[in-house]
Design a protein around this ligand. Structure first.
Ligand code: ZN
Length: 420
């Protein structure tokens, strides 16, 4: 709240010498913020604190409030029923007094692919990317089936969600997006970005002091829980009675004197984890004794500036981040891609095994696709992290909406949670 921009959003405007009562109302009503809600502990706690803030404003400012909250839940079709029921319960249990100020909206992840112009993005053996217009209709299921690697799937889904949330804010004139990330979550995002070769994008993730340039400079981002550890958020969940409203997440009881017996440790094997899950596990493990490591990571990340661009204003075709390094050149310089013929019996046997396997089929498919795309397509800029991600996708090829004004302005179909 030390920032004037955010002060203006949350402050209650009163009629005074220069401001008529109507104008004060309009100003309060136009202060809209967007809260993406996953029903994990952090975003749920943040929403609850916003509700408390509204109550406090009503009590101290003669019934007036300074801002309006749109809660956005992005869902997969299979989760919709449960998600809607949970949101309904949460809203009925806690937010009926602020029904006017807090509205719940639902957007299916599928809508990312609706009514779009697509392009096929494919990388070749030199890590260069080509793109070609694709007129076939495309959907989320096709998209997810192309991601056999859990890390690349999680990566691409994160882009889908973030782009949907930002597009929603753009279309509905929100002044800020409030992300629920705790300090722990921001630390694991930071380290995961570095591990995935996306370190150049840390600054844009943390940037709360500038309007988002990719979306018409209409809103800013804010992380109100960035000074709070996940274990603290989770403890708050229990003490505020929010734990029963969470979905796909069990709050930890590490800070509680009275432990909850029903929390099972996550039995996932390390080798099955995505990079984000692995880093999360690391921070979970050290949060008790070495929590200062977490705040050091976040404070350092917060200080990182945007790297100097090699070419100004070149955006990645996949993640839309600014490109600062020539990833493909560097990868070419450390990789040898020329084949060599089998020399002895063992080589020949291995070659025969490969020749009969699905890997060869996939390789042929990739070459076929590559030929068709590079014949009619054009080269597309890709950041280093996305080159790596695309390498983990089937045939190193992904179908992606073209980034155009049309994408930005294509209205998202939504459900709104109503009282009935
Ligand atoms: Zn990228």
């Amino acid at each position: 709240m030390s920032d004037l921009y955010f002060q203006d959003i949350f402050k209650v405007m009163h009629p005074d010498k220069v401001r008529s009562p109507e104008l004060a109302d309009i100003q309060n009503k136009s202060s809209r913020i967007l809260v993406p809600l996953s029903l994990g502990s952090s975003s749920t706690v943040m929403l609850d604190v916003l509700n408390d803030t509204l109550n406090e404003q009503k009590a101290t400012q003669r019934g007036r409030t300074g801002f309006y909250v749109d809660v956005l839940l992005c869902y997969l079709k299979s989760e919709f029923q449960e998600l809607r029921d949970r949101a309904k319960e949460l809203s009925a249990a806690r937010y009926t007094d602020n029904r006017e100020n807090i509205k719940f909206h639902f957007i299916e992840l599928e809508s990312f692919f609706n009514h779009q112009n697509f392009e096929k993005l494919i990388i070749n053996d030199d890590y260069l990317c080509s793109s070609k217009l694709d007129t076939q209709p495309y959907n989320l299921k096709d998209f997810l089936e192309r991601c056999p690697n859990r890390t690349s799937r999680e990566d691409l889904l994160t882009f889908v969600i973030r782009r949907l949330v930002k597009r929603y804010a753009y279309q509905h004139n929100h002044k800020a997006i409030l992300w629920g990330h705790s300090m722990t979550k921001l630390a694991d995002e930071t380290i995961s970005l570095i591990v995935k070769g996306r370190g150049e994008h840390i600054n844009s993730l943390f940037n709360c002091s500038e309007l988002d340039q990719g979306y018409g400079e209409k809103f800013r981002h804010l992380y109100p829980l960035k000074d709070i550890l996940l274990s603290e958020v989770d403890a708050y969940c229990y003490s505020a009675g929010l734990d029963k409203h969470l979905m796909n997440y069990t709050a930890q009881d590490t800070l509680l004197l009275q432990k909850r017996g029903d929390i099972k440790p996550d039995g996932k094997l390390i080798r099955n984890m995505t990079i984000n899950e692995m880093v999360r596990k690391y921070f979970d493990d050290i949060e008790g004794d070495y929590s200062n490591v977490i705040s050091t990571v976040v404070r350092t990340a917060d200080k990182l500036a945007e790297p100097k661009s090699m070419e100004s204003n070149v955006k990645c075709s996949l993640c839309r981040g600014n490109i600062h390094t020539r990833g493909s050149e560097w990868l070419q310089s450390i990789t040898i891609n020329n084949g060599c013929s089998p020399e002895n019996q063992e080589d020949r046997q291995l070659y025969a095994n490969w020749y009969d396997s699905d890997l060869r089929k996939e390789r042929d498919e990739h070459l076929e696709l590559m030929r068709s795309v590079s014949l009619q397509g054009e080269s597309a800029p890709l950041c280093y992290g996305c080159i790596i991600t695309l390498g983990g996708v089937k045939n190193k090829c992904v179908t992606w909406p073209q980034s155009t004004d049309r994408e930005l302005n294509q209205t998202l179909e939504e459900f709104v949670l109503a009282d009935d």
